[in-house]
Design a protein around this ligand. Sequence first.
Ligand SMILES: [Zn+2]
Length: 302
Amino acid sequence: MFDRLIRATAADGGIRAVGVITTHLTEEARQRHKLSYVATAALGQAMSSGLLLASNMKQKRSRVNIRIRGEGPLGGIFVDAGLDGTVRGYVDNPGIELPPNAEGNLDVSSAVGKYGYLHVMRDVGYGDPHYSTVELVSGEVGVDVANYLVTSEQTPSALLVGVFVDSEGVSASGGLLLQVLPKATRDETLIKLLESRVSKLSGFTPLLRAGKNLSEILEELLGDLGLVIFPKTQMVRFNCKCSFPRVLGALKLLGEAELKDMIEKDSGAEATCQFCGEVYQASEEELAQLIEDLRSESRLQH
Ligand SMILES: [Zn+2]
């Protein structure tokens, strides 16, 4: 099954539900960044969260950035997700591994750390992005993002994200976002009902691994509440905006002296994209061409 996102409503439009499967893109991130098990779980959960958060934005070019900075050994997590279904991300220390927690699960909370900050940026694509920051409450990515939605965006929300990874790679990853919309936010019983249903689930990946698809999972949760699933399924994928011309542009900014140094000492340059792990090689000739460009640009300016 392809990675995908579906949207739905229930309770006469009082509940907004989004489900996303990110199994393949989390496996791609694992391979690109050589992530440990616990780093795969943390980044996969953060990427699912980013796609779920971006899914309710209106403008076509809207993007959400999630930055998590905890005191744990994983360091920071960064995710950039778009309403268009593209997502990319990385963690500072991809190789760290921790023993499983008391429940036998990957210990994302200890890897991230319970103290620190979660920053969210929402950008509709026309400049003037909106930033907000909340303190971490658990180190579990889903719990912290849900806390952000409730405290910062003041939308009663339940968020469930999960990743199942073993020596074979990622076999299940994705999540669910259930939100009580403004017209129903004073409906305490509806909010309580959603909370109790989500808390009864043992996680998102067990449902996927049991062979259920997104529609079936939503049907199980909200089927008796007038669930309406939107017919359009959106594909989601790992995608980075980096390219060789962009890398050359960045190298050019280093200036002639630095470029000459790279030619003489390293016979070229190697640059790795932080966001996707792609490695770019610039040859001696390409660096020499950049020096040429810099010289002709400065001649033009004089
Ligand atoms: Zn990249």
